[in-house]
Design a protein around this ligand. Structure first.
Ligand SMILES: NC(=O)c1ccc[n+]([C@@H]2O[C@H](COP(=O)([O-])OP(=O)(O)OC[C@H]3O[C@@H](n4cnc5c(N)ncnc54)[C@H](O)[C@@H]3O)[C@@H](O)[C@H]2O)c1
Length: 279
């Protein structure tokens, strides 16, 4: 259903790898709500070719950019503004990659060169994107930037490894740059902390299947889907959320504020046993 919440708005979406990607669903949702989009991903991801299907479906050009390369980012913002014939209203940062996870290194045995790369791709990249837009004055007043994050920034999830540190940095950059961009141009910057979701990046985390089931049991509403995350991003790009900035917004069915749930207790201890303990 479309309410044309983004009619006339123009946005750049980073990170649509395949149709499972949260960025892919967000691009579809933004298009359905009337937005014009430019898609971008790392050159190596573009070589997979999947993104061309999305590009055709929503008539969005694709501009390759490695998010750790300032020249690529400058070219992306130049080409996007040329395509739109003006400045940009919203940006989705939907990027994550951990070299230590990918190469099976335990957190306590971290390779620091890989860690530098992980932090650059997954966190500092948000600063790079914002800095590029800032230097070029490429965002309209009341523009909106959303980056995706995970609750491992606040709580320990051992197998999330170095990505926990990357997400903590990402959320900090959101607050710090959110202040400066708010003062200068009323641009708002937020992170959305999403439930575990079956995507390429998500499935790279060890024990992901068990973990997703646990999160489902721990969330009053169940895990939030990628489509619902996309819809939430639409609201944050729209004019209906203009005074929300510098926030980490949980989109997780209630997981973040739940200590324990009946479903989790029942999975550890049958209901008859737990009743006798409660008495
Ligand atoms: N899947 C989950 O369980 C989950 C939960 C919470 C938050 N998130 C976050 O959501 C975001 C999107 O991930 P996803 O789950 O849709 O997975 P995904 O694998 O579909 O997306 C990750 C994207 O990052 C891109 N990327 C990696 N290196 C890059 C680089 N150097 N330059 C540009 N792009 C690069 C990849 O090409 C890919 O498109 C990530 O920030 C992820 O941490 C995911």
């Amino acid at each position: 259903m479309s309410n044309n919440l983004l009619a006339g708005k123009k946005g750049i979406i980073f990170g649509a790898l395949d149709e499972k990607s949260i960025a892919w669903k967000t691009a579809l949702a933004c298009h359905a709500q009337g937005a014009q989009i430019v898609l971008t991903n790392a050159p190596v991801a573009l070589r997979m070719g999947e993104i061309n299907k999305l590009s055709e479906a929503i008539q969005a050009p694709v501009v390759g950019a490695d998010v750790t390369n300032m020249d690529d980012l400058k070219k992306l913002f130049e080409e996007a503004q040329k395509h739109f014939g003006g400045k940009i209203d919203f940006v989705l940062h939907s990027i994550g990659m951990s070299l230590n996870v990918r190469k099976g290194k335990h957190y306590t045995e971290m390779d620091y060169e890989w860690n530098k790369k992980t932090l650059d791709i997954s966190a500092t990249s948000l600063h790079r994107v914002l800095r590029t837009a800032w230097d070029m004055d490429a965002l309209n007043e009341w523009g909106s930037v959303v980056a995706l994050t995970y609750i491992a920034a606040q709580r320990v999830f051992p197998d999330y490894n170095e990505m926990a540190d990357a997400k903590a940095l990402l959320e900090s950059i959101t607050r710090s740059f959110g202040y400066h961009y708010g003062v200068r141009k009323k641009v708002r910057i937020n992170t959305v902390s999403q439930s575990p979701t079956r995507t390429t990046a998500g499935s790279g985390v060890k024990g992901f299947d068990a973990f997703i089931d646990y999160a489902e049991k721990m969330s009053a509403l169940g895990n939030a889907t990628a489509e619902d995350c996309a819809n939430y991003c639409v609201t944050l790009f729209s004019d209906l959320s203009r005074y929300v900035t510098m926030q980490n917004l949980f989109h997780d069915g209630g997981f973040s504020l739940t200590g324990v749930s009946e479903a989790v207790i029942n999975s550890i201890m049958p209901p008859s046993d737990s009743k006798s303990i409660a008495q």
